[in-house]
Design a protein around this ligand. Structure first.
Ligand code: SF4
Length: 461
């Protein structure tokens, strides 16, 4: 049976209670684990626990059920993407963003503060919401994370940087995993993490029934709503889940939330060229939000890893949108600086390639041959090479499909346009070689070596 994480609060609390051990001994275990990243299964060195706690911890719990698979640093060293492998082999991502709050000015004065790190955290493997502009949404939903798996992301990140802020804006819809979210935040705000709830932001597409109870369950956390459109029609077009949460009802829920919490609400708004970025949309949004105290965050769309027709709004449209919200409606409006684009950690680009049997094309010794990594490490190698769709990092897929695996372990793939990539696979489990030429035609003259995702239909994963 799989062991539970010591940060899985309901499990450890219940086991301690059953064994007659006071639950006040849980926090010291967490503190020890946090301070000793190398502790594995043996809890014998945790000081001053009741005798019965040691065998119980050893037999039923792990200090960490997940492992840090890799850390990728952005070119500017500001962003680190953590790829975390869960106990069942699934992967999630968490991103550490470092910044200095003293940079820039606020109200004409230097900003207070200093260097700090924000951790962007995942709450699910994949996501049910299926937002059309989001790479995670294109993965489909795999499963919820436990509270322990959520907290373990913080533990892994804490060994890389001092985390001061948490944003639940990674993979998944946090309010769709409500119980684990609440438990995880309670752990994070208690000993030994002791993060201020005011430094924790929960981002949601607007799951109304969960918004209605959030204030009671997690007072003082920040609420960010991924609105992304000023009217229900456009919202439904780009966020299918919005059908279940009509905009009028969502706005009513936000009004009540704000009345009770007395906190401003953050509104996330992704800027999609020709979809939601025109003057009329800015006015519609301004009117919609007039009765609330909000900060609107305009997010330039980042097409990495997504196969769709959305384009990023141009700078002029983004600035015009901002000035309408500010000038006509007095709404504080910021434009999000994209961080970590080079490592696919920017918003809406979260995607666990390994989880999706991804291939990374890397430069090899020859110009003609590119080794494709990782396939042999995923689920059985080439045998799975059928019925997939290929996307490149610019979201220009689908690029082609393999109807069935070829004979003798050979798989070929032809591009939808007829001239594109061919992939060769010698024997199952062996690394694949892609001869090509392949990727070059996909890039439309742009530079940079792409990631390529092979996306299998949901039922095959
Ligand atoms: S934007 Fe958020 S809610 Fe929508 S699919 Fe992506 S992860 Fe899920």
């Amino acid at each position: 049976m799989a062991c539970r994480s010591v940060f899985d609060l309901p499990a450890i609390r219940s086991e301690f209670e059953k064994a007659g051990i006071s639950i006040r001994f849980i926090a010291p275990v967490w503190k020890y684990v946090l301070q000793n990243p190398n502790i594995k299964i043996d809890f014998d060195e945790v000081p001053s626990l009741p005798t019965g706690a040691y065998p119980l911890l050893r037999s039923k719990f792990r200090s960490s059920t997940s492992t840090l698979d890799s850390v990728v640093e952005s070119d500017d060293n500001i962003t680190s993407k953590l790829l975390i492998r869960l106990q069942d082999g699934a992967f999630v991502e968490a991103v550490v963003m470092r910044y200095d709050s003293r940079m820039g000015r606020y109200a004409g004065k230097p900003r207070p503060g200093g260097p700090r790190s924000t951790l962007c955290i995942s709450s699910q493997v994949g996501c049910k919401m299926g937002c059309k502009f989001c790479a995670t949404g294109s993965m489909g939903f795999k499963r919820n994370l436990s509270s322990g798996e959520i907290v373990e992301q913080l533990v892994h990140a804490s060994h890389i940087s001092h985390i001061r802020n948490i944003v639940f804006m990674g993979m998944g819809e946090p309010l769709n995993n409500y119980a684990a979210l609440v438990e995880a935040v309670r752990i994070m705000t208690g000993f030994p993490f002791q993060l201020s709830p005011k430094r924790i932001t929960i981002s949601t597409v607007g799951i109304i029934h969960a918004v209605n109870k959030l204030q009671d369950d997690l007072p003082n956390v920040n609420l960010a709503v991924s609105l992304h459109a000023p009217v229900q029609d456009i919202r439904c077009q780009i966020m299918p889940a919005a059908r279940a949460f009509p905009l009028v009802k969502l706005m009513d829920a936000l009004l009540i939330y704000q009345r009770n919490s007395k906190q401003k609400i953050f509104i996330e708004y992704i800027m999609l060229d020709g979809v939601n970025d025109e003057e009329q949309h800015a006015h519609q949004l301004g009117k919609l939000l007039q009765t609330l105290e909000v900060v609107v965050n305009l997010i330039p769309f980042n097409p990495i890893g997504i196969s769709n027709h959305f384009r990023t709004s141009n700078e002029h449209n983004v600035k015009r949108f901002q000035s309408i919200l500010r000038g006509y409606y007095g709404i504080r409006t910021t434009i999000r600086k994209q961080m970590g684009q080079d490592i696919s950690s920017a918003c809406e680009t979260w995607y666990t390639p390994k989880n999706e049997f991804s291939l990374q094309l890397v430069k090899s010794n020859t110009r003609e041959e590119r080794k494709i990594l990782d396939l042999s490490e995923t689920q059985g190698g080439c045998g799975l090479l059928q019925d997939f769709t290929v996307y490149d990092q610019y979201g220009e897929g689908p690029k082609g499909q393999i109807p069935s695996p070829g004979a003798g372990g050979f798989s070929g793939m032809s591009d939808a346009g007829g001239s594109g990539p061919t992939m060769f696979c010698s024997t199952p489990g062996a690394p694949m070689i892609s001869s090509l030429d392949t990727v070059v035609p996909w890039r439309n003259g742009r530079h940079g070596w792409p990631w390529v995702w092979l996306c299998f239909p949901e039922e095959r994963i």
